[in-house]
Design a protein around this ligand. Sequence first.
Ligand SMILES: *Cc1c(COP(=O)(O)O)cnc(C)c1O
Length: 302
Amino acid sequence: MTLFSTAQSILQELHAPIFIQKNVKVYVKRDDLIDEAVSGNKWRKLKMNMELVHFQNKEGILTFGGAFSNHLLAVAAACRKAGLKSIGIVRGDELTVASNANLTHCAALGMELIFVSRTSYAERNEKWNQESWKEKYPSFYFVPEGGANYHGMVGCQEIITEIPIEIDHFFVAQGTSTTSCGVLTALPDSAKLHVVPALKGFDSLNSMRPLLNAFYMDESSVLERLTQVVVHDQFHFGGYGKIPAELRSFGQQMQTDFSIPLDGVYTAKAFFALMKFIETSDFLKPTQIVFLHTGGVKNAPL
Ligand SMILES: *Cc1c(COP(=O)(O)O)cnc(C)c1O
């Protein structure tokens, strides 16, 4: 599926005096350059799923998301480009198409938005609920919230195979953990995966475990893989979607220093964690660090 090319996602080296001092080379994998609406990891997660839409002869994708979801917008835009229909089940029955720019944009791209109560949304993955949606929309291919399925993870493995240098540390922001799990299964054993959840109180390792079960036969292999993960859960800046002034000015400074725009919900927080990690670590040998820019800039600019 070459609806969007990942060739634009270059590996860009950053330069700063502290990197020289600390003996590190820092690179950004620019998945944010893949597309404005289907940005970053959202295309990675959709790619294989969209191939299955065709294989299964479906007429479109039905998915789930919150009102500000980058994933909803990505599905709407990708389906529009592929000539497929799209349906978004949205959390909050008090909302309308006009409630915010993200929803308006989704609708303008042809996505049918169905607003459900928070209670009903919380039960979206229950078997009976999935079955009732499937009965109602049998010609649609279902993608879970955030693109969080096996095919989404497999699509994210390509992020690593596209990187031609040796990786010692890899940094990625975390929402559903789909991207981080895909990346983890493709990283060499010697690399550390640093995850930075955007949600307050998010249990990274226990969220990753069930997703990783799709790749490994036994629990001990999953646990062994997870020893490569370093969790940075103190950089949520108050919680999901919270963008305090300190974070905003940090992101703007990074944009000035490195000419890379970050988003306020995910990548600015992960980049903050990266800079703190470099500042507070001693690297005993030359070390290569890759930061994945997962996109989102259009939705939450700084
Ligand atoms: C959706 C999103 C994430 C989270 O990715 P997961 O695979 O859900 O962990 C990270 N960064 C940005 C910019 C996103 O839009």
